[in-house]
Design a protein. Sequence first.
Length: 220
Amino acid sequence: MAILIAPSILSADFANLEAELGRISSADLAHVDVMDNHFVPNLTLGLPIVERLVQVSPIPIDVHLMIEDPDRWAPAFAEAGAASVTFHAEAVRAPVRLARELRRLGARAGLALRPATPVEPYLDLLAELDMILVMTVEPGFGGQPFLDTMLPKIRRARQAVAGAGLDVWIQVDGGISAQTVERAAEAGADVFVAGSAVYVAEDAAGRIAELRDLAAGHRH
């Protein structure tokens, strides 16, 4: 499994999203946070904007749904052309049914876990999933510090994936920077969401390459 860098457009200039996607064209995925002001205390962009982002993005769109009732809303993001759609374990009612529907619609199915949510109850579902997202901050706002206490959870998820012989990505989101990406990679992550670390850099492509190299050098 290759190292994948997925800059979060939560840290981008929302008035110039097409140009901001162009700045990260050397990345592997564009991470798009959809928040509903219910599941998390923040409100961001919704389905119509994601549909347009899919049309103009030079790289695949990776949607992270921090919303209530993803069973109802998530399939529309797959229909809109998102390459990957991740829903939260704490919000979903029928995760297997939803994951299968997302896959049927052509998207990768991801399951996200808040910091306090253990991974163990979901390990039996790994065959139904394409990605586990271990939140390394409390979801809702960008720019928070990385929670080192999540490293054991990343390790347990990686061990379970390896033990099952499955191709399930382990994504980390929150506080990922040149200072933290190595620890996350060493624990077993292979998909790295970085927001402010990429978008505050004058040379976004250079920062993306730096993060990829650092992660590759510290792989599990």
